[in-house]
Each structure stands twice: as structure tokens, then as C-alpha cells.
Design a protein around this ligand. Structure first.
Ligand code: SF4
Ligand code: SF4
Length: 197
């Protein structure tokens, strides 16, 4: 029986495929059309409580869990005049090196306070190794309406446990006033140091 040579049959497959619907996703032109799945593990985020205080307590468990040694955390004590989180400690220095991170998610599993989660942001490539080291300021969740920028006191009468039980719903007027007074004091200090009346 007559059989087409293998090469001709191969080109036939190519020819038929030319008329099939293309599955190529154009990047970056069509990236909005193909968003990542909701559970995709992208850039990390350091979360806040509803009043703006940070959830990170500087425990370093995320850094110990990381198989790529990509996280550096340095904790510090909260004080009455400078409080960043509801507990005793907060993450004073927090860095993730994205030239090492493999986006495995083990760090977020290890975090006891749900301070660390991962967003859907995946565009993390860069030409500079330095710029791939994200600092705390790059990772902190934005302040939403109703939040006050730390440092500030805990909500009056609330305990650390109340924060973790979700019983603090937003910054109180006293916390807002404290942050405004602090900002006003810093502005006055800056003007005085510059000799501005
Ligand atoms: S996602 Fe994985 S590799 Fe990246 S910082 Fe977390 S534990 Fe380390
Ligand atoms: S992100 Fe979580 S695990 Fe890491 S130092 Fe902060 S509280 Fe601890």
C-alpha cells in the first residue's frame, strides 16, 4: 500500500495546525486579559491590623522556614512612645531578596500572626541585584481608610489578644489625634532645625 514519506506527513501536521486557534498569550500586551489565578504566589506583603499597627512581631520564623535563605528579619522592642505592633516586639528590619526567593510559600505557612502573605504580583525581574532586595517599606501593606500610620498606641482598653481575635475594627479618634500630634511635632522640629519661622 502507498504511504506518504514521513517528512511530508510531518509537514501536513504543521499545515493543519496553522489553521487552528492560537493558544499563544501575548505578554505584556495582553497581560490584563490573562490575570494570574487568585491563589498564585507572588510578591510578599506585610499586613496590618485594622487600626494600622503592623501584624509582624519580628519572631523570624519566616526566615528560619525559608529554604533559600532569602529573608532577613531583625526584631526590636515596642515602647510606650514608639509602638509599631500590638505585642512586645515588632519587625524593625525586614528584607526579602527576590534573587533568591523561589516563591514556594513556606514562609507564609510558618508565620504565626498572618503578618506575611503573598500577593498576585509577579513582575519582579530587574537588572540590579540591589533592587531585588525588598525592604520593609516595599513590602508593607498600604494604609487603608480608617488606619493610622504607626508608631502609635494600641486602641484604648484593647489587649494584644483582642487584636488577634479581630476585635479592633479601626483607628480610634485618640489614635488618629496621636498620629496627627506626632506629625505636627516632627514638622515643627524640622522647621526649627532649618531656622524657618
Ligand atoms: S516564598 Fe519560599 S523562597 Fe521565597 S522567601 Fe518565602 S520561604 Fe523563602
Ligand atoms: S512575618 Fe511572621 S514569621 Fe516573619 S518575623 Fe513577622 S511575625 Fe514572624
Amino acid at each position: 500500500m502507498f504511504r506518504l514519506p514521513q517528512a511530508v506527513r510531518g509537514f501536513g501536521t504543521t499545515f493543519v495546525t496553522m489553521f487552528r486557534h492560537t493558544a499563544t498569550e501575548q505578554y505584556p500586551e495582553q497581560k490584563k486579559k490573562f490575570p494570574p489565578k487568585p491563589r498564585f504566589h507572588g510578591r510578599h506583603q506585610l499586613n496590618r491590623h485594622p487600626d494600622g499597627l503592623e501584624k509582624c512581631v519580628g519572631c523570624e520564623l519566616c526566615a528560619w522556614a525559608c529554604p533559600a535563605d532569602a529573608i532577613f528579619v531583625q526584631g526590636a522592642d515596642n515602647t510606650d512612645v514608639e509602638r509599631h505592633s500590638p505585642g512586645e516586639r515588632y519587625g524593625a528590619v525586614y528584607q526579602i531578596n527576590y534573587s533568591r526567593c523561589i516563591l514556594c510559600g513556606l514562609c507564609i505557612e510558618a508565620c504565626p500572626t498572618r503578618a506575611l502573605t503573598m500577593t498576585n504580583e509577579y513582575e519582579l525581574a530587574d537588572h540590579s541585584r540591589e533592587r531585588l532586595i525588598y525592604e520593609k517599606a516595599d513590602l508593607l501593606a498600604p494604609l487603608l481608610p480608617g488606619m493610622a500610620a504607626p508608631p502609635h498606641s494600641m486602641a484604648a482598653g484593647a489587649t494584644e489578644g483582642d487584636y488577634y481575635r479581630g476585635q479592633v475594627s479601626g483607628a480610634t479618634p485618640e489614635q488618629m489625634a496621636e498620629v496627627e500630634a506626632r506629625a505636627g511635632g516632627a514638622e515643627r522640629g524640622s522647621r526649627e532645625s532649618r531656622g524657618v519661622a
